[in-house]
Design a protein around this ligand. Structure first.
Ligand code: DC
Length: 209
């Protein structure tokens, strides 16, 4: 079974997807972490993320493994390095490069093969798993998304700066040539702005039971 969840940055989809996967005994796949890992690799190799040719060349040759939620980039466990302000910023333009999207999509499909999964990202319900048994779009206002990120305490930016960065990423995510963030026809839409994690979880559980 595939449970696919899309939504903008900070909509709570990672927390919810992880919870759902744990409780159902499904494999959790966070596609954003794959874009983040490629971004990290490019930054380490001093490749400009806007240089499509170099980025694609890098993405084609990089070894990414995702095991039990740990992510290995060319053999190095990089999970703890993927959620910096820098990776937030550069992963958005990098993920707009179409051939990179194809590489990530193939990786996601290979991770999903033969498994029950909860998978999340921006185009899981539209491009990667349009026929998933359950498809959700989690949304939230820019203010509440910025506040959630601020409260995580992992950013060095002010609340206002986080909000600006989130709006910039939204703009890029919604205007990609392929895999743009959109509400697909037939998905279950949920605005989580004023809901707790448990309330969101309970609502999704209602649909998937
Ligand atoms: O979900 P996230 O914030 O960890 O994603 C990191 C970046 O990757 C973000 O800029 C959006 C992009 N992304 C994407 O384009 N498609 C996906 N399926 C998942 C993430």
């Amino acid at each position: 079974m595939v449970i696919a969840i899309d939504g903008p940055a900070g909509s709570g989809k990672s927390t919810i997807a992880k919870m759902l996967a744990e409780k159902q005994g499904f494999t959790y796949i966070n596609s954003g972490r794959l874009y983040r890992a490629i971004t990290l690799g490019c930054l380490k190799a001093k490749i400009d993320v806007k240089n499509s040719e170099k980025v694609v060349e890098f993405a084609k040759n990089v070894d990414i493994r995702y095991e039990n939620n740990a992510l290995f980039l060319n053999g190095e466990e990089v999970s703890a390095l993927l959620h910096t302000d820098e990776i937030d910023r550069y992963s958005s333009p990098l993920s707009a490069i179409v051939p990179v999207r194809h590489i990530v999509n193939a990786l996601v499909h290979s991770l999903a093969k033969g498994r029950n999964i909860v998978v999340e990202g921006r185009d899981m319900t539209t491009v990667v798993f349009p026929d998933a048994e359950h498809r959700f779009y989690l949304d939230a206002s820019a203010d509440s998304r910025a506040k959630r990120r601020f409260d995580q305490g992992t950013s060095n930016l002010s609340l206002e700066e986080i909000k600006t960065a989130i709006l910039q990423r939204d703009e890029i995510d919604r205007n990609k040539v392929e895999g743009s963030l959109k509400i697909a026809p037939g998905v279950q839409y949920l605005d989580t702005s004023d809901l707790t994690i448990v309330q969101v979880y309970d609502k999704l559980k209602e649909y998937t039971d």
